[in-house]
Ligand binder design. Structure first.
Ligand code: SF4
Length: 375
């Protein structure tokens, strides 16, 4: 693997900026799909450096941000159930559901613990047989292999006290939704490099062809981001759609077959509700029938909320009605267009998930752009 300094080289970055400015004949609209890329673009000032030539808009690629409120409510209910420990990645703890976040539930006495990896949660379950550990399995195709492995480990160890609350989502259906919208302005995509490490980029060929857009697999360092933008601009200027890989040091056409295999073994594709975007056909994963015993929604149907939904009871209304996360996540507005940004909503007192998550677009704007907006 090439040394990462090569992709932080200021002179190479300046040269790519010049190349993009020279080549651009009109202001193209390009969406970076991944929240990590959003933070990289803002942290390095690439969006400002190119604002006269490119409009960069932020996509829905922050897994914490798109986790459905109802799913967080289920996690909260599970955490309040005697005998259950709700295990989660740290970012998920502060994201509000329809009423409480997991952190708020913990403050009220619920059993919630942060884990760095799902397999650590399996180990904890093995060492604490008196507790049932429910791991909140959140994230894109990137984290699904690790939660698949956790299930396989739990099965191999014969654990009866470990399960997953699954909320994994898939990137491409969200891109389909954005392109299908009548309000869509996106003309080219920077595809999320880490997701493509797992999936490869072959699946984007059909998407790019059908919608007639360039899709450029892009990394996270400043030169990676500029290489992706330059390739996307080149294709837009030459009316050339299709897929290009500008993250070749990590991504291969077919992706990581071992990771795909373990995910395919444990999960199947399903319809999924995304926060702010609604129900997406093939938008997520669920555990396969043969792993049902590790599905917290099957093991604890009442606490998971399945019973009340099945009986037709309405889900609790959203409290934070002023939050415009759905518009931010689909690229319809920038965070600064939300009336709560920086005043009613801050990282210390977030009203919505994009301000909580370390990959959220609102958090990125607060961290890197608030001063320039105010000045
Ligand atoms: S600034 Fe806060 S309230 Fe506004 S869209 Fe972002 S998360 Fe929601």
């Amino acid at each position: 693997m090439k040394h990462v300094d090569e992709f932080r080289d200021p002179s190479r970055a300046r040269s790519l900026l010049d190349q993009i400015r020279r080549q651009t004949t009109r202001r193209w609209v390009i969406m970076e799909v991944c929240g990590g890329q959003t933070h990289g673009l803002l942290r390095h000032g690439i969006d400002l450096a190119l604002e006269d030539t490119i409009e960069l808009i932020h996509g829905p690629g922050c897994p914490v941000c798109v986790t459905d409120e109802a799913k967080i409510d289920r996690a909260v209910r599970l955490s309040m159930t005697p005998g259950i420990l709700l295990a989660s990645f740290g970012d998920m703890l502060r994201v509000p559901g329809t009423s409480l976040s997991l952190a708020a539930a913990r403050a009220e006495g619920a059993s919630v613990r942060e884990f760095y990896s799902p397999t650590d949660a399996v180990t904890y379950a093995a060492e604490n047989p008196d507790q049932h550990v429910v791991f909140f399995a959140v994230g894109f195709e990137t984290t699904a292999p690790a939660t698949s492995l956790a299930v396989l480990q739990a099965k191999k160890r014969g654990l009866r006290n470990f399960s997953l609350l699954v909320s994994h989502v898939r990137v491409q259906p969200a891109m389909e939704l954005i392109m299908a919208s009548e309000a869509n302005r996106v003309e080219g995509f920077l595809a999320a490099g880490h997701v493509c490490c797992v999936t490869g980029f072959a699946p984007y060929e059909d998407f790019a062809g059908r919608w007639g857009v360039p899709v450029v697999v892009t990394g996270f360092e400043p030169v990676d981001l500029l290489l992706g933008i330059a390739e996307c601009v080149d294709r837009l200027e030459h009316q050339k759609s299709g897929v290009a890989n500008c993250f070749g040091r990590s991504v291969a056409l077919e992706g990581n077959r071992n990771a795909q295999s373990v995910v395919d073994d444990v999960y199947e594709v399903c319809e999924s509700r995304w926060r702010g975007l609604g129900v997406l056909c093939e938008g997520g994963f669920r555990l396969r029938e043969e792993y049902r015993e590790f599905d917290a929604e099957f093991r604890f149907p009442e606490q998971s909320g399945k019973a009340s939904e099945a009986s037709g009871k309405a889900v609790t209304p959203v409290i934070f009605s002023t939050c415009r996360a759905g518009e931010v996540l689909s690229g319809r507005i920038q965070p600064c267009a939300c009336g709560e940004f920086g005043s009613g909503c801050t990282p210390e007192h977030p009203l919505g998930a994009p301000m909580v998550s370390s990959e959220g677009a609102c958090a990125a704007w607060f961290r890197y752009r608030l001063r320039s907006i105010g000045s």
